[in-house]
Design a binder for this molecule. Structure first.
Ligand code: F6R
Length: 248
């Protein structure tokens, strides 16, 4: 596990986009598919902006790319402006040449009775592609990765999870009030994330500094799910200066 500190979030996001683009091109040259694990929220926006620019200005093609998103609120209408399905279309998928049937974002419209099987199928689908080549992550102030809130176990799989009160408070601005924030989400598990061959976790800004320190420097525990990443064989934290400010 290592941490790279960039002069600002834009520089860090551009570096991550470059890593993604290099992998896509390497896989394409070998005639292989590139399996990406994608995150939403504020953190990866700069990565997607740069990937769209590379598609438009440098002819980066996504035809060999298969994507799996980490999570989606539950319940959630896919067309709702707060949904992660909407977000992904808006910031990335509508602007690149990825075939629609190669895109996977958990479905927040699934019937409650069907969720268990739906999550098992999502997990099996990732496995059927041989697992994720490169997973990008943000980190929540609870220490969540995906929506794996404190208490999540290292071997957890894709499932329905109740959101932490702090996570819901942080989302309240996007929903115009706390009461409108869903109480649950579908998320890949920590175990699902762990199966990725390479993981890049991004964090920007002072607000993430204390949780970044816990995840990187304190002992692993289920109270800070991101701290499990210390055990992954190929993980890098990509930080700006404020997010790294509490590291020793
Ligand atoms: C989003 C996700 C979450 C976010 C985290 C940080 O798909 O999985 O773990 O990465 O909540 O959110 P932002 O980037 O909005 O600070």
């Amino acid at each position: 596990m290592s941490a790279d500190i960039f002069r600002n979030a834009g520089a860090g996001a551009n570096w991550v986009a470059g890593e993604i683009a290099n992998l896509i091109k390497r896989k394409a040259a070998a005639g292989e598919q590139c399996i990406l694990g994608l995150a939403t929220g504020a953190t990866p926006i700069g990565v997607y902006t740069e990937l769209v620019r590379m598609h438009k200005e440098e002819a980066l093609s996504f035809k060999n790319v298969i994507t799996f998103n980490l999570d989606e609120y539950y319940p959630m209408l896919n067309g709702s402006a707060q949904s992660y399905n909407f977000y992904m279309d808006d910031v990335l998928f509508n602007h690149i040449d990825i075939p629609r049937d190669q895109v996977h974002v958990p479905n927040g419209e699934i019937d409650k009775e069907g969720i268990f099987n739906y999550c098992k199928q999502y997990e099996a689908l990732i496995d059927s592609f041989g697992g994720i080549d490169l997973q990008i992550l943000g980190i929540g102030r609870t220490g969540h990765i995906g929506f794996n809130e404190p208490g999540s176990q290292l071997d957890s799989q894709t499932r329905l999870i109740m959101l932490d009160a702090l996570t819901r408070r942080d989302a309240a601005k996007d929903f115009n009030g706390l009461t409108k924030v869903p109480k649950a989400a579908i998320t890949m598990g920590v175990g699902t994330i762990f199966k990725a061959k390479r993981v890049l976790l991004m964090a920007w800004g002072e607000g993430k500094a204390s949780i970044v320190k816990k995840a990187l420097e304190e002992s692993q525990c289920d109270a800070v799910p991101a701290s499990y990443l210390q055990r992954h064989r190929d993980v890098k934290f990509v930080l700006d200066v404020p997010a790294a400010s509490e590291l020793t």
